[in-house]
Design a protein around this ligand. Structure first.
Ligand SMILES: [Zn+2]
Length: 295
């Protein structure tokens, strides 16, 4: 399947929107994966790398040339990682970091300054662009490099028993820290964690021991599945120039989500219109409603 190519915009700058630039979370990562996934079945005819780019700190750039002549068979996302499979024992893992983005362009795409990896097939150029280079790539030569990964919130294995176990294992952990723990809730990042706390009506700093596992699981799943719908699905056919919601994708979660209000100057709670509070919790800037979210 060949999708319409998003039009690359060489003048694009991270806009001064009310939203901060944010680490991509599971929905933005899934949106990024879908860019390249449109070219499953394509055989790579050339591999262009910037060998000195920091994205190659885990894997020397020349090693990527092994992908030449290989066919992109399938791809997966887990939490904040993506895995592109070129054979049973050959996978390219991609992390976007803060500013990495995956895009596609016509095959004669002229490389831009921050295009650190371009995989070209006869139909398209698959591009990893990263101007801050916190992202990274690595190769795996085993059958299933992710075999031991914990269940993601959107998986059926993220059961009530699983959530109960997470609470029991980390009773003193603040709610926000538990949500950000990538072994507990892979793919949940700062904005999704704030959204979950707000929907639970709980202060993000309360300890896990005080949590009721059933509503916690329900809200984690609601926000995860909603984020995938509003960010990954609704932008899939839009002309996206990246992945970060509120910054440069066309569609974001609706105004009755905390998402649209949490970074606005003078942002208020979409439920009760109280001014949102902000502080650092679990090392991350956190927004919450002092009226709806009790300590
Ligand atoms: Zn409120």
């Amino acid at each position: 399947m060949v999708l319409a190519h998003p039009v690359p915009n060489p003048d694009f700058k991270f806009p001064g929107t009310p939203y901060h630039s944010a680490m991509p979370e599971l929905a933005e990562v899934e949106l990024a994966r879908r860019q390249w996934a449109a070219f499953h079945g394509n055989t790579i005819t050339s591999v262009d790398v910037h060998p000195k780019a920091r994205i190659y700190r885990d894997c020397p750039a020349p090693a990527l040339r092994i992908l030449k002549g290989k066919t992109l068979l399938s791809s997966n996302a887990h939490g904040k990682r993506m895995l592109f499979t070129f054979g049973p024992g050959l996978h390219l893992e991609v992390h976007l970091g803060m500013s990495g983005k995956l895009s596609t362009a016509p095959v004669d795409h002229d490389e831009h300054k921050h295009d650190h990896l371009i995989l070209r097939s006869t139909n398209a150029a698959l591009i990893f662009n990263d101007y801050r280079m916190f992202g990274r790539v690595m190769l795996h030569d085993c059958e299933d490099p992710w075999a031991d990964f914990p269940p993601q919130p959107q998986d059926s294995k993220f059961s009530l028993a699983r959530v109960r176990k997470l609470i029991e294992r980390h009773p003193k952990k603040p709610l926000k820290a538990l949500l950000l723990d990538q072994k507990a809730c892979p793919g949940i990042g700062n904005w999704m964690a704030d959204e979950i706390c707000w929907r639970l009506g709980l202060h993000p700093g309360i300890s896990a021991a005080q949590l009721d596992p059933a509503p916690l699981r329900k809200q984690i799943r609601f926000v995860t599945l909603g984020a995938l719908k509003h960010v990954a699905e609704k932008n899939q056919t839009a002309s996206v120039d990246g992945f970060a919601p509120g910054s440069y994708v066309a569609n974001v979660p609706p105004p009755n989500w905390l998402f649209q209000h949490r970074w606005k100057k003078g942002g208020t709670c979409p439920k009760c219109k109280t001014d949102l509070a902000r502080d650092t919790i679990a090392t991350r800037t956190t927004a919450w409603c002092p009226t709806c979210q009790k300590a």
